[in-house]
Design a protein around this ligand. Structure first.
Ligand SMILES: Nc1ncnc2c1ncn2[C@@H]1O[C@H](COP(=O)(O)OP(=O)(O)O)[C@@H](O)[C@H]1O
Ligand SMILES: [Mg+2]
Length: 387
């Protein structure tokens, strides 16, 4: 059981049953406590020690979980809790020293018990659509056709073991594509290699850099959130990799064969960046699949957004827990309100309007068919992003 907080009415502890896979939607306006609450849940999960906790962190604020939340000591004591840091593994796209601008930054963070791991995407894990979206052309454009053909050919030839130069070679030998297309595409791939996001020589499953004993934080703040999503590319590749590895593990477990892939909880902060409503995003398809089909293989997701109206409805509608902090924008309130169910007694927006303080929230658990007002438990580890 994950302790989220206390019932405002009677001060009783409120728990989320984590024995089954869950889809938790955390929302609220800026500064209302979403990232904080995600941290509270992630701590609880790590204390259980049964699942892998992975946080997708577009703001670069979760590495502070390695440090104790001493600034809130008094609050913690009033809850009978103590400040403590958690072993934190920071997954950094590419080379951490380059990303953080110097060896000294890394050293200081290591002193604060952050463990660094470089995370690189295997070119063979990027789907043809992934390349197209990353470069900003359609699958049916000449370059889209050429990269799709090259990708399939490489897969056939080398399985997972091919890299950007191999793709470029194969494109060069494509007799059907025009030379302008081939040159332009090879050029794009050359540039992509300089982003420092792609592995250059060894295939490594993303799962292998994650650790059960740590809170795994994927710091996407170091990647430019440009027009054509490199961040969504990372999330999409991670989501697809974890989904398929965990599905295979599940099948093995059912046959009573050994499996080394634990159940996974994926936390996505600022989730509207990855599953936006009304727009396509590379990561969206994978996220939808995770929330729709992930329960059986043991995949849970916690998605936080200040704009539920900007979150894809297919994702939002899969919720089984809502944790909503204060909200003032009408469109967002009504997006959430649309999720009201009969057992709630009144409309969700009525609950939301009752929220008086930071850290208070409406809590709805669809498994238990109950909705109540809670205060979220304090973080043992330091929340990032605040002064
Ligand atoms: N449950 C809570 N208890 C105590 N302080 C909180 C709580 N939730 C949020 N805060 C405070 O509010 C600040 C903003 O919260 P944050 O989670 O960063 O907001 P959001 O992600 O919604 O923009 C935190 O840094 C913290 O100081
Ligand atoms: Mg936040």
């Amino acid at each position: 059981m994950l302790r989220v907080g206390r019932n405002l009415e009677n001060d009783e502890d409120v728990y989320i049953d984590d024995s089954k896979s869950r889809v938790i939607v955390v929302c609220g306006k800026r500064g209302s406590g979403k990232s904080y609450s995600m941290g509270t849940l992630a701590e609880e999960l790590v204390l259980q020690g049964k699942s892998l906790a992975v946080v997708v962190d577009p703001m670069g604020i979760f590495h502070t979980m390695s440090q104790p939340n001493e600034p809130q000591n008094e609050l913690l004591w009033s809850w009978g809790m103590n400040a403590r840091g958690f072993a934190t593994r920071l997954l950094v796209p590419g080379n951490p020293v380059e990303r953080y601008g110097g060896e000294d930054v890394i050293k200081e963070m290591e002193k604060r018990d952050v463990e660094f791991k470089s995370l690189e995407l295997n070119p063979s894990d990027v789907s043809p659509e992934g390349w197209c979206e990353t470069f900003g052309f359609g699958v049916n454009d000449p370059m889209g056709i050429a990269i799709t053909k090259a990708h399939l050919k490489c897969k056939k030839k080398w399985g997972n073991n091919f890299f950007i130069p191999d793709l470029i070679d194969v494109i060069g030998s494509d007799s059907r594509a025009g030379s302008t297309t081939k040159d332009a595409l090879s050029n794009k791939l050359d540039i992509a290699q300089t982003w420092g996001m792609f592995s250059e020589g060894t295939y490594r499953s993303l799962l292998d850099v994650l650790s059960m004993d740590h809170i795994n934080v994927l710091d996407l703040s170091v990647i430019h959130s440009g027009r054509y999503g490199r961040r969504p590319l990372f999330v999409s590749t991670l989501v697809r990799d974890l989904f398929s590895r965990r599905s295979i593990a599940r099948r093995r477990e059912e046959l009573e064969l050994s499996s080394d892939v634990p159940r996974i909880w994926l936390f996505i902060d600022e989730a509207h960046q990855f599953a936006p409503s009304g727009k396509s995003s590379l990561a969206k398809e994978g996220i939808i699949r995770w929330v729709k089909e992930g329960r059986q293989p043991g995949l849970s997701m916690v998605i936080a957004s200040q704009q539920p109206s900007a979150l894809d409805m297919e994702v939002l509608s899969q919720w089984d827990v809502i944790l909503s902090h204060s909200m003032t924008t009408r469109v967002d309130k009504s997006a959430l309100n649309a999720l009201t169910k009969d057992y709630m007694g009144s409309e969700l927006k009525v609950f939301i309007e009752k929220i008086a303080r930071t850290g208070e929230a409406v809590f709805v658990d669809d498994f238990e068919e109950r909705s109540l007002m809670i205060k979220v438990a304090p973080r043992r580890s330091r929340p990032g992003g605040s002064e």
